[in-house]
Design a protein around this ligand. Structure first.
Ligand code: SAM
Length: 215
């Protein structure tokens, strides 16, 4: 039986993750992410929490904008992904990684300007999505912003067949369900507001920003 989620990257997949992304993005991934960090308004000195930080590629790209006074913490559960991330970010003391499950209690409170969730939420069960979003809220400073980069809401049946084939073969059942999720509503229930939505990659991907509401 196909797994409900494929978002936890095992030791055997970890060495190929970046290469797969390069292939899917036809070599434009760094440029794509540079655009994303600009839309996220990453600023010099930002403190950023990257939940499901993978191979650390995004952390390093965010550091390029946030500069030497920034602080970036990546959280991931996969030892193999963390090993790659630590190796990649060696020599950048502004970045550190911790091994934790992002839906379980995290040791961060009101200390980050931004929390980033990139291509992870779609693979979590709804209860774990809510727990992860609550963790993000707790970690953010008042009026800090959560940024979610993930699949947009779209009709899979109307997707051109080569892309649909890729989606259905690479992605899991939970990812298909995510396409119908009202994420804005989930964020509002979790105490976020002031939503900003940027549609990317022909509208198949969305960067959603939500501000932590206080009071
Ligand atoms: C699809 S990758 C995305 C990596 C990175 N954010 C990116 O955009 O390239 C998902 C990452 O989240 C991690 N992950 C999956 N489930 C997790 C969980 N419950 N807690 C912590 N990390 C998790 C995986 O190990 C993997 O590194």
């Amino acid at each position: 039986m196909a797994p409900r989620s494929k978002v936890e990257i095992s030791g055997s997949w970890a060495p190929f993750y970046d290469r797969l992304m390069d292939l899917l993005f036809l070599g434009t991934y760094p440029r794509f992410m540079a655009g994303v960090t600009a839309l996220m308004q990453v600023e010099p000195g930002d403190a950023i929490l990257d939940l499901g930080s993978g191979t650390g590629r995004n952390a390093l790209l965010m550091l390029e904008r946030a500069g030497s006074t920034a602080r970036i913490v990546g959280v991931d559960i996969s030892e193999a992904m963390l090993r790659r991330a630590r190796r990649r970010c060696d020599g950048h003391p502004q970045i550190r990684f911790v091994r934790r499950r992002i839906e379980q209690p995290l040791p961060f409170a009101e200390e980050f300007d931004k929390v980033f969730l990139s291509f992870i939420l779609h693979g979590l069960q709804d209860a774990d999505k809510r727990r992860t979003i609550a963790n993000a809220r707790k970690a953010l400073r008042p009026r800090g912003r959560l940024w979610i980069l993930d699949y947009n809401e779209f009709d899979l049946e109307r997707m051109p067949w080569p892309l649909r084939w890729l989606f259905t073969h690479l992605e899991c059942e939970l990812a298909s369900e995510f396409l119908e999720l009202d994420l804005g509503h989930m964020l509002a229930e979790a105490g976020f507001g002031d939503l900003i939505s940027h549609e990317l990659l022909r509208g198949y991907v969305r960067l959603l920003g939500a501000r932590k509401q206080v009071g």
